[in-house]
Design a protein around this ligand. Structure first.
Ligand code: GLA
Length: 346
């Protein structure tokens, strides 16, 4: 990236340790930032147009507020520009350069990293009075309105506020949050299942709709508000299983945030995977295999799919001195079963 830019900013991807599909139900999540980051640089170009170059995609897209981009990737940046403009009328024409080493399409929030880095860069360029929570809120809005994924706020909050050395417990209703240290002697491992996943094309929005239907039948504003697990058991089968996942997953997050014991934390991750597989039905045979290989390794406290599911990555909490050994052994077994995985974190 050349030096003659007016503003430069970056933001990380994230991996979620626990609390999957809870954020759009006003629930609890426990993500941690990853070392991979997306960098955005901007230069005023003296026109009314935007030229967006994405180094990793080897793609340049030109657009303006009058002629929005049709390209999916550019729509994230365009959405941030439109929403920033609604805060401050005069956004100048810009040359925008994006570079990133956040893996795309595996559930590590490359889109949130792009949105947050774009908004941070605009904040620097235009001295926008935005704090990090507002950046996350605008980024989420950009994703919903311009990329048409009805996502929750976990990814953008994590990219905007989480660190890499400790997890961030977020109450997605109030946006209250606190740091949660990883269990003693543990470290995070993320492996890609090699199965592609597209969030908008998947059943993500459908799951969200099912949760809303379950909440309506239970007479609560959102599944976060369910107090009586017995009421869930009286729902029709599909909604019962969706609501049960959300209810039990919230409990697991709160329990995990209280423990400093790797084994106890790992058990909660294993239970989360079973719930995502059986009740929420967002796993795949490849994810199930990779997770079971991880869970069977003595260097692993616990493992589960991470992110929305439907393909993508698995996260494991490992004994900190065994992370590489676990990765090597499990990837070899996965490959012997005819699949192509890869190491994403560390
Ligand atoms: C995606 C969404 C998040 C969250 C997860 C599932 O990453 O962007 O808001 O819903 O899926 O936990």
């Amino acid at each position: 990236m050349s030096a003659d830019f007016d503003a430069v900013a970056d933001a990380p991807g994230r991996v979620n340790l626990l609390g999957e599909h809870t954020d759009y139900n006003d629930g609890f999540v426990l993500p941690v930032a990853i070392r991979q980051r997306t960098r955005v640089a901007m230069r005023r170009n003296g026109t009314k147009e935007f030229s967006l170059h994405a180094a990793e995609l080897a793609q340049t897209v030109r657009f303006s507020f009058d002629a929005p981009p049709t390209d999916h990737f550019a729509s994230y940046v365009y959405g941030c520009l439109v929403l920033a403009r609604s805060r401050r009328a005069d956004i100048p024409g810009l040359d925008i350069e994006v570079t990133s080493d956040v893996p795309m399409g595996v559930g590590l929030s490359s889109s949130a990293a792009l949105e947050v880095a774009t908004l941070r860069c605009l904040r620097g360029l235009l001295s926008l009075p935005l704090d990090d929570v507002e950046i996350a809120q605008i980024a989420q809005k950009a994703e919903i309105e311009f990329a048409h994924v009805r996502c929750g706020i976990m990814d953008q909050m994590a990219s905007s506020l989480a660190g890499t050395d400790r997890a961030l417990l977020i109450d997605t209703r109030t946006l209250d949050r606190r740091d949660v240290p990883l269990p003693l002697g543990s470290a995070v491992l993320v492996l890609d299942s090699g199965v592609a996943r597209t969030l908008a094309g998947s059943g993500y929005n459908q799951r969200r709709g099912e949760c809303e239907a379950a909440a309506a039948q239970l007479g609560v504003a959102s599944l976060r508000d369910v107090r009586e697990p017995d009421a869930i058991e009286r729902l029709p089968d599909l909604l019962r299983r969706r609501a049960r996942h959300v209810f039990t997953e919230n409990a697991r997050v709160l329990q995990a945030a209280r423990t400093t014991d790797g084994a106890a934390f790992g058990q909660l991750m294993n239970a989360s995977h079973a719930s995502l597989r059986d009740d929420y039905e967002v796993s795949t045979p490849e994810l199930d295999l990779l997770v079971s290989l991880l869970q069977a390794h003595p260097g692993v406290f616990g493992a589960r799919l991470t992110g929305a599911g439907f393909g993508g990555a698995c996260v494991a909490l490992c004994k900190s001195d065994q992370v590489q050994a676990v990765a090597d052994a499990v990837l070899a077994q996965y490959s012997a079963a005819g699949h192509r995985g890869r190491l994403l974190v560390p």
